[in-house]
Design a protein around this ligand. Structure first.
Ligand SMILES: Nc1ncnc2c1ncn2[C@@H]1O[C@H](COP(=O)(O)OP(=O)(O)OP(=O)(O)O)[C@@H](O)[C@H]1O
Ligand SMILES: [Zn+2]
Length: 733
C-alpha cells in the first residue's frame, strides 16, 4: 500500500491495523487496530492504550495491516491537530538511527506538550445585533461606534478599544445589545512584520545579508556559516534572512543557547519586526508551551526563538533555521537522547529542504572545516559595526604579578578595575566556578569533603551556608568540625569560586556596587532582571560565570578580567583548547561594544600557551589552522569519529564486567578501534559506578553499525546495568 494513502477507510475490509510510535524506549512502533470508520494516515497524533495507561503516539509509516488486527488493542482517539509531516517523521527516524536511540524517545521530544493536541477552546465574544440600548450614555455611544461594523469582539478587547470599563459593556449585554459568539483563541504573539524597522546595513553586512537572503530565496537546503567578530552585526545580517522568510509566508526557527536569559535578544527582535518571537525553553509555563507547540503546528506562530529542543517543534511551513552561537556546548543534550542540536539542525534542514544558517564569532572546528572544504558557504564579517574597536587584550603573567596572600586577583587587574570604575564605567570579572570554593579540607588531618554519592568534591556555597555536589545536587550545611578528626574550626576553603572573588573585590572596593551573577543565585526571572540592570549601568563590578558570556550587550562595560584563563585547559578533553579559546573570546567580546575604548586582561600561569597567544594576538585564523592540523594528525573530529559508551551499575565489579563483555562482543571492522574499558574520570555519579569505552573510527566509518552490532551481540542489560551511548561526545567525563 502506498505510504501516504488517505484511502484507508473501506467498510467492507476486515479489521485494519496501524503502526504507532509510542513515547517509550521501544525499538519499533507498536501495532494497534483501527476501529471501523476511523481514518488515521501516517503522522496522525493518536491516543492508544499502553499497559494500564493511555499514551499519546504518532501513526508511523509502512506496515498498515501488517499484523492481524483482531488481536490488537484499538486506537482510542485521533487528536484534532495537524499530523506530523513526512519530513518531520523522517527527521525523527534519522535522529534515532544516528544517535542509536529508540525512535519512541525521539518522538517523545516532538510531542512534549501534553494538552496541545486538542484544539484550544474557543473564547467567548460579542457581536452587535442591531439593537440599540435604551439609554445612550456617552460611554455606551463610544462602544456602539466601535461595534457598529458587526464584527466580533472579546469583551475586554471592545472595552479597551472604546476606552470604557467592562461594566459598561455588561450593562449593554443585559439589554440584549449584543449576541454571544465564539471566537478562535488569539495568537500567542502578533505576526512579525518583515518591513517594520529594517536597519541600514553597512558595507560588508550588506554583502553578507545578500548571501543569506539568497539562500532563503532558493527555497532549498543549504548551509551557510556567518563567521564574524563579536559586535560585527551577525544578528542584523540573519534578521534580513528572517525577513525574507517571512515575506515568503514561511516560518523561521532561531536556536539560541540560554534563550531564557536573553531578553535583550527578544526586545531587539521586537524593535526590528514590531512583534516578539515565540519563546521555547524549559522555563516556560506549561500552558504557554502548549500554545507554542500548537500554534507552530498550525502556522500561526511565524518565528520561534528557542533552546535546542525547539528543533523538534512540528512547524507547519518551516522556511529557515538559524543556529546562533553554533559552537556552544549547550546545544548538546546529554540525557536520554544524546544529540547535538547544531548538527541535527543541519539534518532537519536537509530533510525539510530549507536553508540553515550557523552563526558564531568563534565557530566550532567542525564548522570551520566544513566551510573550508566548501560544504558550507562562509559569510565573513571581520570588523565590528561602526568601526568600534575590539578590546585591547593582554595577559597577566601570574608568576610575575602574583596576588597578595589569600587573594586571587593580581595587583595589575585590581588597578585596572579601579581605573575603570573611576571613569564610571563597568568591569566584569569572569570565573566559570559557582560557589565560594571548589574544595574544602581540614587543616589538621587533611580530610577532603567529598560527595557521598559521586566522585567529586563538595563545593562550598557560603552565601547559602552549604557545601554542595555539582554533579548530583547533594547538599549539607557547611560543617564546623571535621567529621574525620573532630577538630573544630580548622576547615579551609581551597581555590576560588565567584562568591570568593566577590569578597575580595568588596575588600578592595568597598564603595563600588558589586554584583555576582551565577545560575545558583536565583531563578531565571531574577537573572533576567539583573542582566537588564547591568545593561543599564546599575552595577560597577560584575562577577559572573559563563552565563554572562553569551550574547549580552552591556554598553558601559569597558573592562573584562578573566580570573583564571587556564581553568579549561587541564581536563583531558580533546576540545579543551578550542573551548577555552571560544569562551575567552566570547567573554572578552562583551567589552567595548558601543565604541568606548576597552580592555581585556587574562590572568594565566601559562602565558606561552598557544591558546593565550592566539587570544592576545587576535589571530584567530592561525589558532584554527593549528588546531585543525592537530585534529587531522590525531584523526579526531571532524577528521575521525568518536562514540563514547558509558556502562554504569550499582557495583563497580558489575559495571566493569559488563563493559569488558561489551568490548569482546565488538565486531571486526577496519578503521575502527576501541579504547578501554577504563574507569570514567567521574568514576561515580549518584552512587552508580561508571566505566567508559571509547570507539574511535576514521571519517566515513560506519560507527553506528559497529556500535549497534556490539550492543546486539553483547550481554543483556540485567540488574542495575545501564548503557549510555553518546555519538560525537562533547564530554569526556
Ligand atoms: N547596520 C546596523 N545598523 C544599526 N546598528 C547596528 C548595525 N549593525 C550592528 N548594529 C549594532 O551593533 C551592535 C552589535 O551588533 P550585533 O549584536 O548584531 O553583532 P553580533 O555580531 O551578533 O555580536 P555578538 O557575536 O557579540 O552577539 C548591536 O547593538 C547592533 O544593534
Ligand atoms: Zn554528588
Amino acid at each position: 500500500m502506498k505510504q501516504d494513502s488517505h484511502d484507508l477507510f473501506s467498510p467492507a475490509s476486515p479489521a485494519r491495523s496501524v503502526p504507532v510510535l509510542v513515547p517509550m524506549p521501544a525499538a519499533t512502533p507498536y501495532s494497534y487496530s483501527l476501529p471501523d470508520g476511523m481514518v488515521a494516515p501516517p503522522g496522525s497524533v493518536v491516543q492508544v492504550p499502553l499497559g494500564p495507561r493511555k499514551v499519546v503516539g504518532v501513526v508511523w509509516d509502512g506496515g498498515e495491516n501488517a499484523v492481524d488486527a483482531r488481536k490488537l488493542r484499538p486506537v482510542e482517539k485521533i487528536f484534532d491537530c495537524p499530523p506530523l509531516d513526512p519530513s518531520m517523521r523522517r527527521f525523527i527516524d534519522w535522529v534515532a538511527s544516528y544517535t542509536l536511540s529508540p525512535p519512541g524517545l525521539v518522538a517523545r521530544m516532538a510531542l512534549r506538550a501534553p494538552a496541545a493536541f486538542d484544539p484550544e477552546p474557543m473564547v467567548e465574544g460579542l457581536r452587535f445585533c442591531g439593537h440599540e440600548p435604551d439609554k445612550l450614555t456617552p460611554a455606551r455611544r463610544k462602544v456602539l461606534e466601535m461595534a457598529a461594523d458587526g464584527l466580533s469582539w472579546t469583551k475586554s478587547g471592545l472595552a479597551h478599544a472604546a476606552g470604557v470599563s467592562t461594566s459598561v459593556i455588561d450593562g449593554m449585554v443585559k439589554q440584549g445589545v449584543f449576541e454571544q459568539v465564539f471566537l478562535p483563541p488569539p495568537p500567542l504573539v502578533a505576526p512579525p512584520d518583515p518591513d517594520y524597522a529594517p536597519h541600514r546595513l553597512a558595507g560588508r553586512q550588506m554583502d553578507a545579508a545578500e548571501i543569506a537572503v539568497d539562500a532563503v530565496k532558493a527555497r532549498d537546503f543549504s548551509v551557510a556559516l556567518i563567521d564574524g567578530v563579536t559586535g560585527s552585526g551577525k544578528t542584523e545580517v540573519y534578521f534580513e534572512a528572517i525577513a525574507e522568510c517571512l515575506r515568503q509566508g514561511r516560518q523561521a526557527l532561531i536556536l539560541l543557547p540560554e534563550i531564557a536569559l536573553t531578553t535583550a535578544f527578544l526586545d531587539r527582535f521586537h524593535e526590528r519586526f514590531g512583534a516578539k518571537p515565540a519563546e521555547w525553553h524549559s522555563d516556560l509555563a506549561t500552558r504557554t508551551r502548549e500554545k507554542v507547540w500548537r500554534q507552530a503546528a498550525t502556522g500561526e506562530i511565524r518565528v520561534v526563538a528557542g533552546a535546542r529542543s525547539a528543533l523538534f517543534l512540528p512547524f507547519e511551513n518551516l522556511g529557515l533555521i538559524i543556529v546562533d552561537e553554533e559552537h556552544d556546548p549547550a546545544f548538546k543534550q546529554e540525557d536520554r537522547v544524546f544529540y547535538n542540536a547544531r548538527d541535527m539542525a543541519v539534518v532537519r534542514g536537509r530533510l525539510a529542504k530549507v536553508p540553515v544558517v550557523l552563526v558564531s564569532a568563534t565557530p566550532s572546528v567542525e564548522s570551520q572545516v566544513n566551510s573550508q572544504q566548501g560544504r558550507y558557504t562562509r559569510i565573513h564579517l571581520p570588523t565590528r559595526f561602526a568601526d568600534a574597536a575590539m578590546p585591547d587584550l593582554h595577559l597577566i603573567d601570574m608568576r610575575r604579578h602574583p596576588p597578595e596572600r589569600g587573594g586571587f586577583l593580581s595587583p595589575v587587574l585590581l588597578r585596572a578595575v579601579g581605573k575603570t570604575i573611576e571613569r564610571q564605567q563597568q568591569a566584569l570579572l569572569f570565573l566559570n566556578r559557582r560557589g565560594y570554593a571548589p574544595l574544602t579540607l581540614c587543616r589538621v588531618c587533611g580530610h577532603r569533603f567529598q560527595c557521598p554519592q559521586c566522585s567529586s568534591w563538595l563545593v562550598e556555597h557560603r552565601f547559602r551556608g552549604q557545601i554542595q555536589c555539582h554533579q548530583c545536587g547533594y547538599a549539607e550545611p557547611t560543617p564546623q568540625a571535621c567529621p574525620e578528626c573532630g577538630t573544630l574550626d580548622h576547615l579551609v576553603a581551597c581555590g576560588p569560586g565567584v562568591e570568593r572573588i566577590a569578597e575580595e573585590v568588596e575588600r578592595h572596593f568597598p564603595d563600588a556596587r558589586t554584583l555576582v551573577l551565577s545560575s545558583d543565585l536565583g531563578g531565571v526571572k531574577r537573572l533576567r532582571l539583573e542582566l537588564e540592570a547591568v545593561a543599564r549601568g546599575e552595577a560597577d563590578i560584575v562577577i559572573g560565570t559563563q552565563l554572562v558570556a553569551k550574547g549580552h550587550n552591556f554598553p558601559l562595560m569597558t573592562l573584562v578580567g578573566i580570573v583564571d584563563a587556564d581553568v579549561g585547559l587541564a581536563n583531558g578533553d580533546p576540545r579543551a583548547a578550542e573551548r577555552t579559546f571560544q569562551l575567552l573570546s566570547q567573554v572578552t567580546g562583551r567589552a567595548g561594544r558601543t565604541g568606548l575604548k576597552s580592555h581585556g586582561l587574562l590572568q594565566t600561569y601559562q602565558p606561552q600557551h598557544p591558546v593565550m597567544q592566539a587570544i592576545v594576538s587576535g589571530d584567530a585564523d592561525a589558532f584554527y589552522e593549528r588546531e585543525i592540523v592537530e585534529r587531522e594528525k590525531a584523526i579526531l573530529p571532524p577528521f575521525g569519529r568518536l562514540v563514547s559508551i558509558i556502562v554504569s551499575a550499582d557495583s563497580r565489579a558489575e559495571a566493569e564486567t559488563h563493559a569488558r563483555q561489551l568490548r569482546q562482543a565488538a565486531p571486526q571492522a577496519s578503521g575502527i578501534s576501541i579504547l578501554g574499558p577504563a574507569e570514567a574520570p567521574l568514576a561515580m555519579i549518584r552512587g552508580r559506578h561508571r566505566f567508559r569505552l571509547l570507539v574511535h573510527g576514521r571519517r566515513g566509518s560506519d560507527m553506528q553499525g559497529f556500535v549497534r552490532a556490539m550492543l546486539d551481540n553483547g550481554p543483556k542489560e540485567r540488574r542495575s546495568i545501564q548503557v549510555q551511548v553518546d555519538v560525537d561526545p562533547q564530554s569526556f567525563l
